[in-house]
Design a binder for this molecule. Structure first.
Ligand code: AKG
Length: 293
């Protein structure tokens, strides 16, 4: 459950840090599980295709990386892939504090939409450019309420990675922000949010932000996404998740908090990313209706 102050911070700043999201007694196990995953991704000759690994050459703006450096990896999207999956990745979702916080911002009915990981490369700085997760010119006109889905980072080690211009999700970008958009240049009012181990950072998709991690600092973060069940999301992801979920027999293994996140997602076969005409179930909320919980 979030306090009124926490909700206000999220709506006004577009970011909210919550302490102790991972119970301290679980942290070491989570780190070990994460490390096994990182090793497997790094060892795979085709990690980009197989695990949707994020390569320096692909998306970051690090100055002139060499050919070798371009192959360095700073994250992977398919933590549910049976090669990579570790029970700790879903154990984190079996977490009353986490789910109730998400429900405060998104509403009671949630579905899992992404299980991803972000980490520091070995030899080069990961230095992602300024961006909004939605379109460059889209921002919230409804008081900073999340638009159907929300992503959040959870740090397993102390990190100083997330750079943000707080409040930028509620207004058009300034001239300066438009100029530095897509680059790593400094900008007025930028802040670096420090996360201690076990802390979570909820973000609004329209907030101007970027990530950075030096190779000398150990970043290991979960980067997960949930959506409201009445928010249409992609069928490609749905099919992949369902296949892996069945292969891993997660329907039999997950607990009562995390299982509905998956089952809700699978319940709506046939959706597409912007399918606003898809028939929503009786009692489901309209995709246009924005609720503040
Ligand atoms: O590194 C981060 O925390 C930000 C990542 C990010 O902005 C993205 O994946 O789009």
């Amino acid at each position: 459950m979030l306090t009124e102050d926490q909700k206000r911070t999220y709506y006004e700043d577009g970011v909210l840090v919550i302490k102790d999201m991972i119970p301290s007694e679980k942290l070491l196990n989570y780190r070990d599980a994460y490390e096994r995953m990182v090793e497997k991704v790094r060892a795979h000759p085709n990690a980009k295709e197989e695990y949707n690994a994020r390569l320096i050459g692909g998306k970051t703006n690090t100055e002139s990386p060499t050919e070798e450096e371009q192959k360095e990896i700073w994250g992977a999207d398919w933590l549910l892939h049976p090669d990579l999956y570790e029970p700790e990745f879903t154990d984190y979702l079996e977490n009353e504090k986490l789910i109730s916080a998400l429900q405060c911002l998104l509403g009671p009915d949630l579905e899992l939409y992404g299980l991803k990981a972000l980490w520091s490369p070995v030899n080069i700085t990961y230095d992602l450019y300024w961006h909004r997760d939605g379109k460059q010119d889209s921002y919230s006109t409804d008081g900073g309420i999340p638009p159907g889905w929300l992503q959040w980072n959870t740090a397993l080690y102390r990190e100083e990675s997330f750079h943000v211009v707080k409040g930028s999700h509620r207004r058009p970008l300034s001239e300066e922000e438009s100029t530095i958009y897509g680059t790593t240049k400094p900008v007025a009012n930028q802040e670096v949010l420090v996360l201690e181990p076990g802390e979570a950072l909820f973000m609004h998709q329209a907030v101007l932000h970027r990530g950075k991690a030096l190779s000398t600092s150990k970043r290991r973060a979960f980067h997960y996404i949930v959506a409201r069940t009445d928010f249409a999301v992609g069928t490609r992801r749905l099919r992949q998740f369902k296949e892996w979920y069945d292969q891993l027999n997660l329907g039999q293994k997950l607990g009562p908090i995390s299982k509905p996140l998956f089952e809700n997602f699978f319940a709506w076969e046939g959706r597409t990313f912007d399918d606003n005409t898809y028939p929503y179930p009786p009692g489901g909320r309209s995709p246009d209706k924005k609720e503040q919980n």
